[in-house]
Structures are given as structure tokens and as C-alpha cells.
Design a protein around this ligand. Structure first.
Ligand code: ATP
Ligand code: MG
Length: 497
């Protein structure tokens, strides 16, 4: 009796259920139906295919919950959307299996209404998604944090700058830890005063931040405090990585310095040329007349010796003047294709028997396929002689001199490296070594013309010269000279005769 009562109540409950309730077989046929079926009597749908009756589709729906139940033997649900008078009705189809002795006999499908979502809600959601997208794809790192420092927004660019994944940052990162030396306090102090763009704002503030690996990254920071009424609730920062900008600025400064150096060399060169011209004629007179006196007169031996010294010194002066003129391109050059390896070998041959070179090991690594260089051989000899002599002097006659040559196809140049194991060039001296008359040597030991001459020669040949200190020991001079262009455009191996 009690059982009949229970069943009655259950049947009444099913009757009172204000939505559709359908029992469906494994081949999607309606076995029983109850509820509002688009004005169709319940009995009229029994035996028909559910997708045809309810959804007017020839095949089962793609996201059919009933199908999922048949496949998984578990309850399942799927969404349905209907546009009804501006508001969107979202309903859900809930399906569960009817089991008999562990075997699915049929599936029950019930339609349940979900609270309707208005257009306003939908638009809000869309604009939220757009904002999220904007932040995620921003070029600068964007980080927002609540008052306790917990990160609440962390975009992809921030992940790239700081080295944390977005999830790591959102889960564990405290925004205070992205600044070194407790700089976050200073940033907040600046944010709260008026100095950088008004209270609660910070514009173009230069600050270092900490990468996950501990390295510092220079940043241009724009930030703001987020207020609710007068209460601070969060802060947001836009982090612009300054590494590329600073690198470019440095490059520019270096180029400007090089330009300045080239200008200085040019004006000093002009000055030197003027002085050389003025000295050249009287010096020739001194040399000529000293020779005449020595030849034409019977002089006491002491006087002849003294005059001989005058002649020697005058000739040395003339050499210097000649070098000055060379430096400023005042002499005529004979340009031909020359083998640089041979030019260096010849200079070494002249120098290696000198006392200064007795305790110097000379190592050479010449590229046997080095193309020739269109050059004036006299000037080439001067160039190598000066650099090699400087190296030997820097090593005080003891050490190792290494000379390498190679073809640098990317610049179309013959590359010559001359390295020594001396003390190297002090950083404060390095920017001046190519200036005429710059020397660190004692009076009488050096004129300071050697490297200025070298610079002029390399420039005349359309090449480049640089001096560095080696990491281990000593200085290295790197010279690049353009190779001889051939009529057929190929690199030349024309030999010097
Ligand atoms: N290999 C080197 N190692 C260390 N310092 C060097 C080297 N080569 C040149 N220098 C520095 O550069 C300066 C300028 O060299 P440069 O050849 O122009 O003049 P100098 O050798 O002093 O005199 P000069 O060559 O006229 O006799 C030198 O005084 C020296 O301080
Ligand atoms: Mg020198």
C-alpha cells in the first residue's frame, strides 16, 4: 500500500515537472515523453527520432548528452541556447541512464533552465575578454598587484622580462620581490607624491628590476595606484625594457666618439703637414750646406766630427718631416697589388737580427691563400715596422710576438693581427695612441709619430685599424685592408714581383 502511495507521488512529481522529460532508446527513438513539446501531444512523439522531433535535425546533435550517456554509462549534460526577445535563454539538457541489472535500458533526458543572461552581461563579458587580450598582448610588461603585494595581472611581456611563467607569477610572486635593494618602497613613495605626474601616478621613472636569475634589468616604469573612493586597492605598472635602447645609445656614443677622433686626426694632420712643409726647406739647407762644408774645407778632425753629428741629426729631422708628410699624404704613392704576407716577412727579416728582438719569440700564422692588397709597398713596410717595433718596445725586448693573417670574406679585407705579451695599453692611454706626438715614452725615446703614421696609411688604403688589450696579457693591433679588386670581380692572388 505504502509502495503504491510512493509511486503515485513520484508520478505526480513527474507530471508537475515544468519541463520536458523524455526517455530515449539506444537508436534515439522516443520511448516516453512528458512536458511542453511545442504544442505537440506527448503521445504523438513516441516512436519518433528525438533529434527530428525536438531539433528538426536528420542526425543526432553533435553535443548530444544522451549519446554521451550511452557511451560512458555516466550522467551527462549539454547546453542549449535560444534567443527569446532580446534576452538569451540558456537551458541545459541533463541526461542519465536507466539501468536494469547493470545494463542501460534507456536514457532519460530532462531540460533544465539556467538563469537567463542579459545582453548587458554578455557585452560586459566580451569587453572583459577584450581588456584581458589587450593586457596579454601589450608590448610592455604589465603587472598589477593588490595591497598585500599579491600579483593579480601578469602578462606575457612581463613573463619575458622577469623570467617567470604567468602561472608562477600569479600563484607565488610577491610584487615587492621584483625590485632590488628594497626599491619597491621608493617606487611606492614616488607614486604617492606629486613629483612624477601627480598623486597616484608615476611617469617615465627609471628603475632596475630583478630577473628571476638575479640579474638586473633597466626599466622605464609608468605606474599608477588604483583607488576605490579614497582607498588604495591595487597598483599597476607598465614595464618598458630599456636594454635595447641603452645598447643603441651606447653604439651611437661610440660612433660619435670615432667621428670625433677622425676629425681630430684630420685637423692635427693638417697642422702637422703645415709644420713639416715649413721645416722641410730650411732642413734641406742645413743638410746641403753641412755636406758642402765637410767636402770643401780641410777641417780639424774635432770640427769635422762635430759637423758629422750635425749632419746626422739634421738627417734624422728630415726623416721625421718625411714621416709627417707621409702621414698627411703629402708624398706620391705607387699603388700596386702586394702580398701582405711577404711585406710582413720582409719587415720581420729586417728587424729580427736587431738587439731588441734577441729574446723575442716570433710566431707567424700566415693565410697562404690571402688575396693581395692594392697598396704602396713603402707605406706597408712603415705600417708593419711601426707596430712591430712598438710591440717589441712594450715587451722591453722579452716576450712573444704573434702575427696572423687571414682573409675576411664578409668585409672583403685582408685581416692582420699583431699581438704581443707586453703590459698592454692602459685604458686612459688607449684613446690617444693614434694621435700625432702622443707618446708615453721618455724624452728622446719616442716621438709619438709611429702610430699616427700607421693610422694615416691604413686610412689612405681604405682600411681600418683597432687596438685592444688581450684578456690574458698584452696588446693586439687588428688591421683590415681591402683586397685588390679584380677585373672579373674575383679575389686576386696576383703576386708581387
Ligand atoms: N704594443 C703596445 N703595447 C703597449 N703600448 C703601446 C703599444 N703600441 C703603442 N703603445 C702606446 O702608444 C703610444 C704611441 O705609440 P707611437 O708608436 O705612436 O709612438 P711611440 O712609440 O711612443 O713613439 P715613436 O713610434 O714615434 O718612436 C706609445 O707611446 C705607447 O704608450
Ligand atoms: Mg712607436
Amino acid at each position: 500500500m505504502q509502495v503504491d502511495n510512493d509511486k503515485n507521488y513520484l508520478l505526480k512529481a513527474i507530471d508537475a515537472f515544468p519541463h520536458r522529460m523524455v526517455v530515449i532508446s539506444s537508436d534515439y527513438r522516443v520511448l516516453a515523453a512528458r512536458g511542453h513539446l511545442n504544442a505537440t501531444p506527448d503521445a504523438a512523439v513516441v516512436g519518433r527520432l528525438c533529434h527530428e522531433v525536438f531539433f528538426h535535425r536528420p542526425d543526432p546533435c553533435a553535443d548530444c548528452a544522451v549519446k554521451t550517456v550511452w557511451e560512458t554509462r555516466q550522467p551527462a549534460w549539454s547546453h542549449r541556447r535560444d534567443e527569446i526577445s532580446g534576452a538569451e535563454k540558456v537551458s541545459c539538457l541533463y541526461a542519465y541512464p536507466l539501468l536494469s541489472d547493470g545494463v542501460i535500458e534507456a536514457v532519460v533526458s530532462m531540460e533544465l533552465d539556467l538563469p537567463p543572461r542579459t545582453r548587458v552581461e554578455e557585452q560586459l563579458q566580451r569587453s572583459n575578454a577584450l581588456l584581458r587580450n589587450l593586457i596579454t598582448s601589450a608590448v610592455d610588461g604589465v603587472i598589477a598587484a593588490d595591497r598585500k603585494g599579491k600579483v593579480i595581472i601578469f602578462n606575457d611581456a612581463a613573463a619575458e622580462i622577469f623570467g617567470y611563467t604567468v602561472t608562477e607569477a600569479l600563484d607565488h610572486l610577491d610584487v615587492r620581490n621584483i625590485y632590488p635593494d628594497r626599491m619597491e618602497r621608493e617606487v611606492m613613495r614616488q607614486l604617492r607624491n606629486d613629483a612624477h605626474g601627480g598623486r597616484g601616478k608615476l611617469r617615465s621613472y627609471q628603475v632596475d628590476v630583478l630577473h628571476r636569475d638575479g640579474s638586473r634589468i633597466p626599466i622605464n616604469l609608468n605606474a599608477a595606484i588604483v583607488y576605490e573612493g579614497h582607498t588604495e586597492v591595487a597598483s599597476i605598472g607598465f614595464f618598458h625594457d630599456m636594454r635595447d635602447t641603452l645598447r643603441m645609445k651606447k653604439e651611437l656614443e661610440k660612433t660619435q666618439l670615432q667621428l670625433l677622433q677622425a676629425e681630430k686626426m684630420a685637423s692635427l694632420g693638417k697642422l702637422a703637414a703645415g709644420v713639416a712643409h715649413q721645416l722641410n726647406n730650411p732642413l734641406s739647407g742645413v743638410v746641403l750646406f753641412t755636406k758642402l762644408v765637410l767636402e770643401d774645407y780641410e777641417l780639424p778632425s774635432g770640427a769635422a766630427e762635430d759637423l758629422g753629428r750635425v749632419l746626422n741629426d739634421a738627417e734624422r729631422c728630415r726623416e721625421t718631416v718625411k714621416e709627417l708628410l707621409e702621414f698627411t699624404r703629402q708624398t706620391r704613392h705607387l699603388m700596386r697589388a702586394h702580398d701582405v704576407n711577404q711585406a710582413i716577412s720582409r719587415t720581420l727579416f729586417l728587424l729580427k737580427n736587431q738587439a731588441l728582438f734577441q729574446d723575442i719569440t716570433i710566431e707567424t700564422a700566415f693565410d697562404p691563400r690571402l688575396p693581395t692588397v692594392h697598396s704602396d709597398i713603402q707605406q706597408m713596410n712603415h705600417l708593419f715596422m711601426n707596430i712591430i717595433l712598438n710591440a717589441a718596445q712594450a715587451m722591453s725586448g722579452r716576450g712573444r710576438l704573434t702575427i696572423r693573417t687571414a682573409y675576411a670574406p664578409e668585409s672583403g679585407c685582408a685581416r692582420i693581427e699583431i699581438a704581443d705579451t707586453g703590459p698592454g695599453i692602459p685604458p686612459e692611454v688607449l684613446p690617444h695612441i693614434f694621435e700625432p706626438f702622443f707618446t708615453t715614452k721618455d724624452e728622446g725615446q719616442g716621438t709619438g709619430l709611429g702610430l699616427s703614421l700607421v693610422y694615416g696609411i691604413v686610412e689612405n688604403h681604405g682600411g681600418r685599424i683597432k687596438a685592444f688589450n688581450q684578456p690574458e696579457q698584452g696588446a693586439v693591433f687588428v688591421i683590415e685592408l681591402p683586397i685588390t679588386p679584380r677585373a672579373d670581380g674575383d679575389r686576386s692572388r696576383e703576386q708581387e714581383t
